[in-house]
Design a protein around this ligand. Structure first.
Ligand SMILES: C[S@@+](CC[C@H](N)C(=O)[O-])C[C@H]1O[C@@H](n2cnc3c(N)ncnc32)[C@H](O)[C@@H]1O
Length: 415
C-alpha cells in the first residue's frame, strides 16, 4: 500500500451515505476528496446515475432477455455499493461475486454487506480480493472442468475500471454465458476515445478517433466496435442494448450471442466515418478503408476530409430494452429519476436515427448568425419538410437528421 493511503487510512473513520435503497460506509477522508485512484476506497457520488442506470438495465435485461436466475459478477466493486443496490432491488439474484483487488475495499464491502443486513439475503454472495482477469479465468475454468452438473456461467458481468476497460474484455467473454449474457462496460478514458489522444486510441482500441463536435458518439462507437471484435475472437457476437455518456464516462450494455453465420452477418456493422472539416459534411461507410472518398462530395475539397474508424455503424440501443427501463424507472424512486427519465427519452429518440449529429451552435457560428434559432423551432421546421429528426443525449445542443448539410444551413439562414 502506498504511504499516502496508509496515512489516510490511519486518520480515517467511516461515514455513512444513502444511495437508492442502500446505506453504506465510505472512509471519511474519501468523502470530500476529488474521486481518484488515491482514495482509500474509490467512491464517486457523481456516478450515482451510472449505478441507477445499471440497476435498471440489469432488471430490464432480467425481464426481457433472461431465462435463468441471475448470476452477477461485479468485478471491480470498490465499496460494493453497486452489488448491494442490485441485491436490494432485484428479486431474481441467485449468486453474486463482489470483487476488488484493493484489500481495504474488500474489508469495506464486508462491512457494507453487514450494514445492509445482506448476509440474510437468499442469494449466494462471494466476496473476493482478486485481479479481475484472474477471477474471470477461474470462473471460466470451473465451468470447463466440472463435467457433471456443469455450473451455470454468470449471465451478467460488470467491468468498471479506472480508465480503459480494454484489458478485461477478453477475460469477461471467456467467463460469461455465451448466449444472452449481459456485459456492462464502463470507459472513463474519454480523452483517448474522443480523439484528444489519437495515438493512444489506436493502440488501445485499434481504431482511429476524431476530435469533432460529435466525438462522444464516435468514442462510443469505437468502444462498441472493440467489444464486438473481442467477442468475435471468442466465437461470439454482441448486440448493443444501451450506450450512454454522462459526466466523463461511457457505459455500454450489450447482449451476447453465439452463431457463426450471424457473426459474419454482423460484419456489415463495422465501418468508417468520413467528415469534412470545411463544410461540416459527414457520412458513414460500410466499405473497407480503400472505398472511402478522398474528397468532400459537397464542397469538393481534398484537404479537409478526415476519417475515423473502424467503428460500429449500426444501432447502439435496443428499443424493447429501453422501453422496459423507462417502465422500471417509473416503478423505482431513485434520486435521479427525472434525469434518468430525460436521458432515456432522448435515447429512445435516437433509435432508428442516423449515426452522429450536427451541433446547432457550431453551425450558427460558421454561418455568422447573430441569433441562434431555438432547438424546438429547428425540430418543427425540419419535421415539416418531411425529414427525420431527433435530439441526442450525447449533446443537448445538437440534432440528428437525414437532412443534408446544405439544406440544414439554408434552413438556419431562413430561420
Ligand atoms: C472506478 S472504481 C469502481 C467503482 C465501483 N464500481 C462503484 O460503483 O463505486 C475501480 C475499482 O477497481 C478496482 N480495480 C482496479 N484494477 C483492478 C483489477 N485489475 N482487478 C480488480 N479490481 C481492480 C479498484 O481497486 C477500484 O476499487
Amino acid at each position: 500500500m502506498r504511504m499516502k493511503k496508509k496515512e489516510k487510512l490511519m486518520n480515517s473513520n467511516l461515514s455513512t451515505i444513502k444511495e437508492g435503497n442502500a446505506e453504506f460506509y465510505i472512509h471519511t477522508t474519501d468523502k470530500d476528496s476529488i474521486p481518484s485512484k488515491s482514495m482509500i476506497v474509490f467512491y464517486n457520488q457523481k456516478m450515482e446515475i451510472n449505478r441507477d442506470v445499471s440497476n435498471l438495465a440489469i432488471m430490464a435485461y432480467d425481464r426481457v432477455y433472461n431465462q435463468h436466475p441471475l448470476i452477477i459478477v461485479d468485478s471491480m466493486a470498490a465499496s460494493g455499493i453497486s452489488s448491494i443496490r442490485i441485491l436490494k432491488d432485484c428479486k431474481n439474484v441467485k449468486k453474486i461475486y463482489i470483487n476488488d483487488i484493493n484489500p481495504i475495499a474488500v474489508d469495506l464491502i464486508n462491512k457494507n454487506l453487514s450494514l445492509n443486513g445482506i448476509y440474510n439475503h437468499p442469494a449466494h454472495i462471494e466476496v473476493s480480493r482478486k485481479e479481475a482477469n484472474y477471477l474471470f479465468s477461474e470462473i471460466a475454468q470451473n465451468s470447463y472442468t466440472s463435467s457433471n452438473n456443469r455450473p451455470q456461467k454468470p449471465n451478467v458481468i460488470s467491468i468498471d475500471p479506472f480508465g480503459t476497460p480494454n484489458l478485461y474484455i477478453d477475460g469477461a467473454f471467456k467467463a460469461i454465458q455465451k448466449v444472452d449474457g449481459l456485459l456492462c462496460i464502463t470507459a472513463t478514458d474519454t480523452a483517448v476515445l474522443f480523439g484528444v489522444r489519437p495515438k493512444s486510441c489506436i493502440r488501445k482500441y485499434m481504431s482511429k478517433p476524431l476530435h469533432t463536435e460529435f466525438c462522444k458518439e464516435i468514442g462510443a462507437r469505437i468502444l462498441i466496435y472493440f467489444i464486438s471484435r473481442i467477442a468475435n475472437v471468442n466465437k461470439m457476437g454482441i448486440i448493443p442494448l444501451l450506450t450512454f455518456y454522462s459526466s466523463h464516462f461511457l457505459r455500454v450494455f450489450c447482449l451476447t450471442f453465439k452463431n457463426r453465420k450471424k457473426i459474419s452477418q454482423y460484419f456489415k456493422d463495422y465501418g468508417y466515418l468520413i467528415h469534412c472539416n470545411n463544410c461540416g459534411y459527414y457520412s458513414t461507410f460500410r466499405d473497407n478503408i480503400l472505398g472511402l472518398p478522398n474528397h468532400c462530395p459537397i464542397c469538393k475539397e481534398f484537404n479537409h476530409i478526415e476519417y475515423a474508424g473502424p467503428l460500429w455503424v449500426n444501432e447502439i440501443h435496443d428499443l424493447r430494452f429501453i422501453n422496459e427501463m423507462i417502465l422500471l424507472n417509473q416503478e423505482f424512486q431513485y434520486r435521479n429519476k427525472k434525469r434518468i427519465s430525460k436521458l432515456l427519452n432522448l435515447i429512445q429518440e435516437e433509435i432508428k436515427m442516423h449515426p452522429f449529429y450536427y451541433n446547432i451552435h457550431k453551425l450558427s457560428k460558421n454561418l455568422k448568425l447573430s441569433n441562434i434559432p431555438k432547438l424546438d423551432t429547428i425540430l418543427t421546421s425540419i419535421r415539416r419538410k418531411g425529414y427525420k429528426i431527433s435530439r441526442t443525449h450525447f449533446d443537448f445542443l445538437s440534432i440528428k437528421t437525414n437532412m443534408d448539410i446544405i439544406s440544414i444551413k439554408n434552413m438556419l439562414l431562413e430561420l
